[in-house]
Design a protein around this ligand. Structure first.
Ligand SMILES: CC(C)=CC(=O)SCCNC(=O)CCNC(=O)[C@H](O)C(C)(C)COP(=O)(O)OP(=O)(O)OC[C@H]1O[C@@H](n2cnc3c(N)ncnc32)[C@H](O)[C@@H]1OP(=O)(O)O
Length: 257
């Protein structure tokens, strides 16, 4: 399939989506959003794919939603078209997604990174929610996901001032799982995704669901949910294989069922 604003590649069991609007610093226009969500859903359905990576360029993961596209729109238009609701489809992807972020991840770019499950940052990464400087507020979940990731104090400051934070501050705050040198970012992301894609596919999906549930429910409900999924892992062939492999002192051969 031909894409205008993204590149899609396969690296073994990993699907790689690269944002590709370099002249606009990967600003997220409606076409790019559709292409990313469509590609991610296709990779999610593909049994030969176990994990996804989304990345941008060295200068920008994405500098936000496309301001030039947004600017002339009226309230009835954005409301009736339910602008940015389509990004919710990325949150519905069941396989783990890694965001490999170098350069600017601002506004919708930061929100796209936070829609992913593991956020790897190059030492050049800069995160922020600068929408307030444009007379708007985050619209792809930034005020919610950033607050859950780094806490109210810092999220409030970033959303109210539009200040950017660098990779080290983002890692200290808990937004980023790891910082790597910019030149090694993609290799690290693909290596991490390959490890995840080598696990049992249903078990990886259960692990993602269980961790995500912690964002949405009480501790007691979350622990109950986790326990039910844990019990369900015993209905898979991969639980038998994983434990047998440990006992036999060999690597497991997961069959993804
Ligand atoms: C409202 C919601 C829900 C979400 C949002 O995301 S709103 C947007 C939030 N993002 C921003 O406000 C960042 C806007 N961009 C910048 O502040 C700067 O571009 C920069 C600091 C990221 C980089 O500055 P630099 O001087 O290095 O580069 P520029 O000359 O400014 O940009 C190059 C080229 O890209 C176009 N660009 C950059 N960001 C966007 C964007 N978000 N939307 C549309 N176009 C963007 C920029 O206009 C320029 O293009 P031209 O050379 O054609 O002017």
């Amino acid at each position: 399939m031909t894409h205008q604003t993204i590149l899609v590649e396969r690296h073994g069991r990993v699907g790689l989506i690269t944002l590709n609007r370099p002249k606009a610093l990967n600003a997220l226009n409606l076409e790019l959003m559709r292409e990313v969500t469509t590609a991610a859903r296709e990779l999610d359905r593909d049994p030969d794919i176990g994990a996804l990576v989304i990345t941008g360029s060295a200068k920008a993961f994405a500098a936000g939603a496309d301001i030039k596209e947004m600017q002339p729109n009226s309230y009835p238009q954005v409301y009736l078209d339910d602008w940015f609701a389509e990004w919710d489809q990325l949150a519905q992807v069941r396989k783990p997604i890694i965001a490999a972020v170098a350069g600017y991840a601002l506004g919708g770019g930061c929100e796209l990174a936070m829609l992913c499950d593991v956020l790897l940052a190059a030492d050049t990464a800069k995160f922020g929610q600068p929408e307030i400087k444009l007379g708007v507020i985050p619209g792809i979940g930034g005020s919610q996901r950033l607050t859950r990731a780094i806490g109210k104090a810092k999220a409030m400051e970033l959303c109210l001032t539009g200040r950017m934070m660098g990779a080290e501050e983002a890692e200290r705050a808990g937004l980023v799982s790891r910082i790597v040198p910019a030149d090694d970012l993609l290799d690290n992301a693909l290596a991490t995704a390959t490890i995840i894609a080598g696990m049992s596919a249903p078990i990886a999906i259960m692990a993602k669901e269980a961790v995500n549930r912690a964002y949405e429910t009480t501790l007691a409900e979350g622990v109950r949910f986790e326990r039910r999924l844990f019990h369900a892992t015993f209905a898979t062939a991969d639980q038998k294989e994983g434990m047998a492999a440990f006992i036999d002192k060999r690597d497991p051969k997961f069959l993804h069922n």
